[in-house]
Design a protein around this ligand. Structure first.
Ligand SMILES: Nc1ncnc2c1ncn2[C@@H]1O[C@H](COP(=O)(O)OP(=O)(O)OP(=O)(O)O)[C@@H](O)[C@H]1O
Length: 346
């Protein structure tokens, strides 16, 4: 069932179209990630679901009900933002219990019993591994712990939809990774429905059931991470996932047969570029290694081919160095073709 949806929603700020004719359905229990660079319209899309913005055109539905004109408090949603929005004078326990004590729409306006509150807060604190901190003032916590409490404050309720705006971006790399893994586990355990905003492709790829790729207010593709990676709708979507980025070269550069009519750009992922030492053997093109970067699990070569730079994933024991002459070829069937407008042809 659809938990929440935008139907042809448009939101403008003066001349800026922040969200353009967006249609997006989030299914019950689904984790949908909105991915795009700064200014793409991610936060505005989230705020349309939250009721913090109202679309000029189109509708917003939650659990099948039209909520377009309802304010945030009248929608059954919970938010987590990048900045910790905690009550500094309260303990971790009190911060977590707070949403349950405020009789809002999520509790059906009913009061939750003290026993039920205690059970729920303890359960969520255990999920987030902060049960030993329940008695602490939130000001006595580390940044990572504070962000866990912020997430916990949303999770104690059981709304139709959780909205999360870059909740991990203020944390350092290690904590960010730990919390990312935990958030996915918790979402699975609770069967929660989450719409999550990030500009971090790693978060999008690891957390999302589906990714919505946003470009200048337009949703250019909504699909599984794998589908966006393997069959991107256009050049823009192709560039959002993958590190190093997909190689984009004019037809002919990598000498691939069977280029379809109308192809203006050929896209090849670094892992689909195969390098061999030595002279051309008929199927490949010659190039020269510019740099080799060893990242432990993988090694990336930057190759110059016909005056262009191409990234290739090479085996950890590949015997390449700056200046090595190589022959580059593309794995059969791996090339993606785009027309002059950047739209994928096949
Ligand atoms: N309150 C506002 N008033 C005017 N313009 C706004 C307002 N909010 C957003 N915008 C504009 O709408 C566009 C989309 O902004 P939005 O914040 O949704 O992008 P974003 O993808 O979330 O970016 P970021 O990653 O930087 O948060 C931008 O051009 C932004 O400047």
């Amino acid at each position: 069932m659809t938990a929440a949806a935008l139907h042809n929603a448009t939101k403008r700020f003066g001349d800026t179209v922040a969200v353009a004719d967006a249609t997006l359905e989030v299914a019950d229990g689904e984790f949908v990630v909105l991915l795009g660079p700064t200014g793409a319209g991610k936060t505005t899309t989230l705020r349309l679901f939250a009721g913090l913005e109202t679309p000029e055109e189109g509708r917003v539905t939650i659990a099948g009900e039209d909520v377009t004109r309802l304010g945030p408090a009248e929608r059954d949603v919970a938010f987590v933002f990048q900045q910790y929005s905690l009550y500094p004078h309260l303990t971790v326990y009190e911060n977590l219990a707070f949403p349950l004590k405020a009789p809002g729409r999520a509790s059906g306006g009913r009061r939750v019993s003290a026993d039920a509150i205690r059970r729920r807060v303890t359960e969520i604190a255990e999920l987030l591994r902060i049960e030993s901190k329940l008695g602490n003032r939130v000001t006595a916590l580390s940044g990572g712990e504070m962000q866990r409490v912020s997430i916990g404050r949303a999770l104690v309720r059981e709304p139709n939809l959780f909205l999360m705006d870059e909740p991990l971006s203020s944390l350092d790399a290690k904590l960010r990774e730990d919390l990312r893994v935990e958030l996915k586990r918790i979402q699975r355990d609770l069967g929660a429905t989450i719409l999550y905003v990030t500009h971090d492709q790693l978060e999008a790829m690891t957390l999302a059931d589906r990714i919505g790729v946003l470009a200048s207010g337009r949703l250019v593709q909504v699909d599984t991470p794998r589908a966006v990676y393997e069959t991107p709708a256009d050049v823009y979507a192709a560039q959002r996932l993958g590190s190093p980025q997909i190689n984009l070269v004019p037809p002919g550069t990598l000498a691939i047969g069977g280029t379809p009519a109308g192809a203006a750009t050929v896209g090849v992922r670094p892992e689909d570029v195969v390098l061999h030492k030595g002279a051309a053997n008929g199927t490949g093109v010659t190039g020269q290694i510019l740099t080799i970067e060893h990242f432990g699990v993988e090694t990336i070569a930057l190759v110059e081919i016909a005056g262009r730079h191409v990234h290739a994933l090479v085996g950890p024991r590949a015997d390449f160095a700056h200046g090595t002459a190589v022959v580059a070829s593309v794995r059969p069937g791996a090339a993606l073709y785009f027309d002059s407008a950047g739209v994928r042809l096949s």
